[in-house]
Design a protein around this ligand. Structure first.
Ligand code: HEM
Length: 226
């Protein structure tokens, strides 16, 4: 039987790392920031979106399969790349080289942010058994209290900025490594486009933080059928 060589396994792991960064991890980030930005439209719309998510069938399995496992894999391989420092460091000229270093640093920051973020949202929600229609008022209450603090606002601003940069710059790296952008012009245009995209993500996140900080509103659980 033909087993894969070490180099082939290494190559497959790096390609899977690159792919998971786009789908599902990157796709989740875009959706997540978008759904949370509904808070800027109105607290009712926001509550409705959390109600919808928390009433999905098989929610825990969807989260484990599509969010937590790919996120863990992407982070573990990311830390491996950070530690071994193998790829591409000397390939790109300045400023690409600087962006590559920032890509690694922002990944580490996002990982720490996610631990904090899960520890203050999903973990207490599960621990206190807040399911279905009870999840939204509970989570909105946590957010209202959290965003009273300047330190928490700063943590979110750094987390959102790092995640938006990491994904936008990662998209450029993805297109390079999968041969989507080849010519010099295409590469330059793509980097402008992706950076604009990153700024839009950042803006959505910052607007949500501002809304929670300036306009905290408590809500009661939705009563189905009323
Ligand atoms: C304004 C910014 C943000 C707000 C208000 C926010 C809010 C929330 C809330 C309320 C939850 C719990 C959802 C639930 O259990 O129903 C959650 C989960 C989560 N958030 Fe955020 N988030 C923000 C930014 C981010 C960023 C930047 C990241 C990534 C770096 C992120 C990653 C996650 C992950 C991985 C989960 C767990 C997913 C799940 O189990 O549904 N969040 N967030």
């Amino acid at each position: 039987m033909n087993w894969l060589t070490r180099d082939q396994i290494h190559y497959l792991v790096l390609k899977t790392h690159s792919l998971t960064g786009l789908v599902p991890v990157g796709a989740f980030l875009v959706l997540h920031l978008f759904v949370n930005s509904l808070r800027t439209v109105g607290v009712w719309q926001y509550q409705l979106s959390i109600d919808l998510i928390n009433n999905l069938p098989f929610l825990i399995w969807i989260e484990i399969g599509f969010i937590y496992i790919p996120l863990l894999f992407h982070s573990a391989v990311g830390f491996y790349i950070l530690k071994t420092g193998t790829r591409n460091v000397n390939v790109y000229r300045y400023p690409r080289n600087g962006l590559y270093t920032l890509q690694r640093l922002s990944g580490a920051v996002v990982f720490v942010f996610i631990l904090y973020h899960l520890g203050t949202t999903v973990v207490p929600k599960l621990f206190n058994g807040k399911e279905h229609f009870e999840a939204a008022p509970y989570l909105i209450g946590i957010m209202n209290t959290e965003f009273e603090s300047w330190l928490v606002r700063l943590i979110y601003i750094v987390g959102i900025a790092s995640a938006s940069f990491h994904f936008a710059n990662g998209l450029w790296g993805f297109c390079m490594s999968w041969g989507v952008i080849v010519g010099k012009n295409a590469q330059r245009n793509a980097s402008i486009l992706f950076m604009l995209f990153g700024l839009v993500l950042m803006f959505m996140g910052f607007a949500t933080v501002a809304e929670f900080s300036l306009n905290p509103i408590e809500v009661s659980p939705t009563v189905p059928g009323v």
